[in-house]
Design a protein around this ligand. Structure first.
Ligand code: ADP
Length: 163
């Protein structure tokens, strides 16, 4: 049976930290779905469709990596799409409590689905979409934080938003 995993998150926008996790996990799973969680509670810079296009561009060379958008429980998506595993990344200690709580809740409501927590690579552990947006807001260098094709859309978005 094909081993299929789902990597859910906001990806607003995708960073080199996310890319590292996806690339490493794509070697373990036959198919990996990067799942953009469409949340009405979280304010996002890019629309889900814009985020999807940026991720698809990043992984156009890797056909086993798919991108999808979902509103609702991740476990429902995992079940509906015959996946078995949820992947999340762990950077610093503060991630741990949040990720463990979420993994435990998911285990409670969907015990057949396993959550895999993957340590960030040392060179990327400090990268978050939020920090990247802060750097971009003030025109700081984005090299080594996001892929090249994300830089301009990010700057355009942030400057559009200025009054
Ligand atoms: P969310 O809003 O759900 O936390 P994110 O897009 O910020 O979504 O992150 C998705 C997942 O990727 C989370 O599990 C997060 O911990 C992980 N992640 C984010 N940045 C990195 C990074 N630099 N290295 C490893 N994992 C990361």
């Amino acid at each position: 049976m094909k081993k299929k995993a789902v990597y859910p998150g906001s990806f607003d926008p995708i960073t080199l930290g996310h890319i590292d996790i996806i690339t490493r996990m794509s070697k373990i799973f036959d198919e990996l779905v990067v799942l953009i969680a469409q949340s009405s509670q979280k304010h996002s810079l890019f629309t889900p469709l814009e985020r999807k296009k940026l991720i698809e561009e990043t992984f156009k060379h890797l056909p086993t990596v798919k991108v999808d958008i979902h509103e609702g429980l991740t476990v429902d998506y995992v079940r509906q799409n015959q996946a078995t595993t949820i992947i999340r990344g762990l950077r610093v200690v503060v991630d741990f409590e949040y990720e463990m709580t979420m993994a435990s809740m998911n285990r409670k409501i969907a015990p057949e689905i396993e959550t895999m927590l993957v340590f960030a690579s040392p060179e990327y552990y400090y990268i978050s979409s939020r920090a990247v947006k802060e750097v971009a807001q003030f025109n700081g260098p984005l090299d080594g934080l996001v892929p090249d094709h994300v830089k301009q859309p990010l700057l355009d978005k942030l400057h559009q938003k200025k009054p």
